[in-house]
Write a protein that binds this ligand. Structure first.
Ligand code: NIG
Ligand code: FE
Length: 411
């Protein structure tokens, strides 16, 4: 095999297993969600930032020219994981609130009392652009160590023009996919949600739309209602942004029908979604992004994942990494929760945080699979069978990460 261009090549050789969602279709739903191709004694050949070939060692022809090698003996390769829902741009922490919650206070009570999201807004506004950029880089390092090679992050802890735009720039600067969560909470300087939206849509949206790829809204009791969410999302769509919705986290407020009506990429959370919502998502092209680490962290009911998968919905897994409701950056742990709490198979979990998550970010043709032409983003697990990804609860299985064709420094 001869290199087609002059790019650097990296051969990951002698892998115990290579596992990748089958085929090339995206998104995966129904039976296809659970189909994974597994090769034993395998290799991945990267050329520049893309995968040139994958296969069995015995079928590897002699490579000409200079090729770096990475010893994969005893390791399993899976695609770089894709976290399509995080809130990684924040300052400070919520450890005090965490301790209060451990003593019985509820997340919603703390939010209503001006704590919760608003306490992170205060810390984030005070931090300044450079500290925010540094925070996102640090959080990105944590994600990479857990095997996440592509991450989305929302803004939403600024809620003023300067901090929202600094947040989006910080995410983009750390190689993340920025989403403008301009409707996360109503900041105290505004009398009500409508007055805040007047400001956000007139003063922030035009500049946010230059940086972000999508917009998101927290449609919930105590945050934004359905009419306000429709107004915000419609304006964002007109500005060219893809749409996401935080919906049905605590109560059903019409997020699923609204997401379907507006052609959103996804509706995320769904812990409170009932039968009708499940059926509607099964018949729609709106992805169902499930965040079991958030449900676990808040001791809330898990989303109806099995019903969604059986209804044919586009099931996606993400961490929801944030300081309040899910201080967890690990997609491997999320896969364990999917298998133990959501009744998804390890194969379904893998597809849900690779191909399907890439689909939500509009990147399914370039990431989420180990196949020729896809990004050379590879996670090496120190396990004898790739399904340990879900099986070994809470373990750090990641032995190495190849990012854009190069071995990443995991720190
Ligand atoms: O997805 N629910 C809304 N937003 C985040 C939590 C944000 C926070 O608590 O800081 C979520 O859970
Ligand atoms: Fe979230």
């Amino acid at each position: 095999m001869r290199s087609t261009g002059g790019e650097r090549r990296l051969l990951i050789r002698d892998l115990a297993q290579l596992a990748t969602p089958a085929g090339t279709a995206a998104p995966l739903r129904g039976r296809a969600l659970g189909q994974v191709d597994v090769l034993e004694d395998a290799y991945v050949l990267c050329a520049g930032t893309s995968i040139e070939a994958v296969g069995r060692m015995r079928d590897l022809s002699r490579l000409e020219g200079e090729v770096d090698e990475l010893d994969g003996r005893g390791l399993c390769a899976i695609p770089g994981l894709v976290d399509c829902h995080t809130h990684a741009c924040f300052a400070g922490d919520r450890v005090e609130e965490f301790a209060l919650r451990a003593g019985g206070a509820s997340y919603e009570e703390l939010h209503t009392a001006g704590g919760g999201i608003m306490s992170t807004v205060r810390a984030t506004r005070a931090a300044g652009a450079e500290a925010l950029a540094e925070a996102v880089r640090r959080h990105r390092g944590w994600m990479l160590r857990a095997g996440t090679t592509t991450f989305e992050s929302k803004s939403g802890y600024g809620l003023d023009r300067e901090t929202e735009l600094a947040s989006l720039r910080a995410v983009k600067g750390a190689d993340g996919v920025p989403t403008w969560l301009g409707a996360h909470a109503v900041p105290p300087e505004f009398g009500d949600a409508d007055a805040y939206l007047d400001f956000a849509l007139a003063e922030v949206l035009p500049a946010a739309a230059e940086i972000a790829e999508a917009a998101d809204v927290f449609l919930e009791r105590g945050a934004f209602d359905r009419v306000q969410a429709r107004r915000y999302l419609t304006a964002c769509a007109e500005a060219g942004l893809a749409l996401r919705v935080h919906g049905d986290q605590f109560t059903e407020q019409g997020a699923v029908p609204l997401a379907i009506e507006l052609g959103a990429r996804s509706v995320d959370h769904l812990e409170a979604t009932g039968h009708e919502g499940v059926t509607a998502l099964g018949n729609s092209n709106v992805a169902a992004v499930l965040l079991p680490a958030s449900a676990l962290f808040l001791a809330r009911p898990m989303p109806p994942a099995r019903a969604l998968a059986d209804a044919g919905a586009i099931v996606v897994l993400a961490t929801d990494f944030n300081p309040g409701s899910a201080f967890c950056e690990s997609l491997p742990l999320t896969c364990s929760l999917a298998a133990t709490q959501l009744r998804l198979s390890p194969a379904e979990a893998l597809a849900a945080c690779t191909v399907n998550a890439a689909h939500v970010l509009g990147r399914a043709d370039s990431c989420g699979r180990l196949a020729p032409g896809y990004a050379a983003d590879v996670v090496l697990l120190d396990v004898p069978d790739w399904r340990y990804l879900a099986y070994h609860l809470g373990a750090n299985l990641v032995a190495g990460v190849v990012l854009h064709g190069e071995r990443a420094e995991l720190g």
